[in-house]
Design a protein around this ligand. Sequence first.
Ligand SMILES: Nc1ncnc2c1ncn2[C@@H]1O[C@H](COP(=O)(O)OP(=O)(O)O)[C@@H](O)[C@H]1O
Ligand SMILES: [Mg+2]
Length: 326
Amino acid sequence: MNHTVIKVSNVSRSYITELGLFKKEKKRVDALNDVSFSVKKGEIFGLLGPNGAGKTTMIKILSTMLIPHSGRVSILGLDPAKEFNLLRPKINFILGGERNLYWRLTAYDNLSYFADLYKIPSSCKKKRIKDLLTLVGLEEVAQQKVETFSKGMKQRLQIARGLLNNPEILFLDEPSIGLDPVSARQLRDLLRKLNNQGTTILLTTHYMYEADELCDRIAFINKGKLIEIDTPSNLKKKIDDLSIIQCSVIGASEPQIETIKKLQSIQHIQVNQQDFTYSLRIQTNEPQLVVPFIYDSMKNSIITDLTISNPTLEDVYVNTVGVNVS
Ligand SMILES: Nc1ncnc2c1ncn2[C@@H]1O[C@H](COP(=O)(O)OP(=O)(O)O)[C@@H](O)[C@H]1O
Ligand SMILES: [Mg+2]
């Protein structure tokens, strides 16, 4: 049995923002509110939630950048708020986006610069950098300046940077944000490869698909609170009696949509409107009642598309948290 490497107990953290010209008014945001969870060695653990849920705040606390206002954190047996000097060599983090790289330097020189910051002995520096560039698939562009790289390449170089100190735990905040689907898949493959080599990974994301595909366990968070924590398949089992009806209608009126919303057999309905088209996403355990009702109540409109499918992790999130993640 693998042991616990991250233990978060009743952690809260708020931000006070001063408003107004003379900064008299103060606004308090509870970014994290009594959050507890733990992660075992070798897991890929996902923190999932919409913007403002508290994900970045949690990553910052875990990676020694921010101190919680209450509660306790233990990473590899160390307190990140007090024993950061002992902890920092054992962990690393990648905080999304393209910061933290020198665009005018080559990929190799970027890693060389950071290797010096991490005090990697010069005897093994060259080999470490070469191995990491191979791992992230950038060995052929090692001598190219970073400014010529695509977003996906920059993100993979960030990961190489995050691995320079051979961390036991890697923290990633929204690693695939802004990446095209191919680069995002390459990134997931890379994270899985790293994990197979023994690195524990904690990542945040608001992409359900990414969390479902990659994570061993997922924690749903919303407005600073941890709502649910389990494996993706257990989470999906919770609502596997539900069907998902997706439907697009042209020319429907607001009262028609309201009639559908009021239907008893609907557990949850999400309505998006764009010009004359309404898109509905409905959770129900009685599709045999709901589908005819939709056709019936949309008599004078055009239904361009209607599908019935099994729930995804997104539906679990909507069902448990009550809001959409994206
Ligand atoms: N430096 C800050 N000052 C004030 N409020 C902040 C600061 N950082 C985050 N917040 C607020 O805390 C909440 C959680 O933010 P964050 O942890 O960034 O969430 P997420 O990463 O899930 O989007 C949000 O309401 C956000 O506006
Ligand atoms: Mg964030």
